[in-house]
Design a protein around this ligand. Structure first.
Ligand SMILES: [Zn+2]
Length: 257
């Protein structure tokens, strides 16, 4: 299976970029992981909504969820064009369905329209779900809102870990132990900022990658204009394995066991 970077920018999409969005794909289709501002237009450059098996949102901040609104309209359009018939399963954190519907109401009577293209499901930390061939596991993380890290396991045992947004703690090392690829936020520059904003520094990302023994560490979630090489070199002080800075449109193969 592969991981595609659609966008890595936060908290907003810089020029020519998208905010946070990823695709996990195999020969049978794909999952959208996060749907931040600007993601849908970038996603549609490469992907067909007919092959979309599910959408997973870690938390309801705009850099991770704002493009659910255009995604709903794009799905409606796909149905009108006979590209797909079935609604898409939208996986939200606990409490997310009511919150999303409340926001939809603010934009007029959109609940009815979106109910035709999405089936809503809330996941919990103790729940395993299946999407197509994939098994998906969740782990609650510390981000000041209801936010979950994710492990997605392919049908050959290959595993992708995704921290979402979090500060250190909450059993991250255990949850991501031995994953083939860890997509890890490395948002802020100092430990103080990390504590105050509930994010990770690149050094902490490197430490987490080492403690969890991950095969490939990919850093993401950057302010537009960030020096990615600087982030990489800081993380490399604590992680000696394969280390990459997420670039828009990059594709990473996730190892098979
Ligand atoms: Zn974020």
């Amino acid at each position: 299976m592969n991981l595609r970077i659609i966008g890595r920018s936060s908290p907003y999409a810089g020029p020519g970029e998208a905010a946070i969005g990823y695709v996990v794909e195999n020969e049978g289709g794909h999952i959208m992981l996060e749907c931040g501002s600007g993601v849908v237009a970038k996603y549609l450059e490469r992907y067909n909504l007919a092959e979309l098996k599910g959408v997973i949102i870690s938390h309801l901040h705009p850099d991770h969820a704002a493009d659910l609104f255009p995604l709903g309209f794009a799905l409606q359009h796909a149905v009108m064009q006979d590209l797909r018939k079935e609604p898409v399963a939208l996986y939200l954190p606990p409490g997310g369905v009511d919150a999303f519907n409340t926001v939809l109401d603010c934009f007029g009577n959109l609940q009815r329209h979106y109910a035709q293209v999405f089936t809503y499901q809330e996941y919990g930390a103790d729940r395993e779900i299946s999407i197509g061939d994939w098994k998906v596991y969740f782990n609650k993380v510390y981000h000041g809102v209801n936010c979950h890290g994710v492990v997605i396991e392919g049908n050959k045992g290959q595993r992708l870990g995704y921290t979402a947004d979090t500060k250190m703690g909450s059993g991250l090392e255990l949850f991501f132990q031995g994953v083939d690829l860890l997509l890890c936020e490395a948002t802020v520059d100092s430990k103080e900022q990390a504590q105050n904003t509930n994010h990770l520094t690149p050094e902490e990302a490197g430490m987490l990658g080492s403690a969890a023994g991950v095969g490939h560490l990919v850093l993401t979630h950057f302010l537009p204009g960030t020096d990615g090489e600087m982030k990489r070199s800081l993380a490399a002080r604590h992680f000696s394995g394969k280390l990459t800075v997420a670039e828009p449109d990059a594709l990473y193969c996730i190892g098979e066991r």
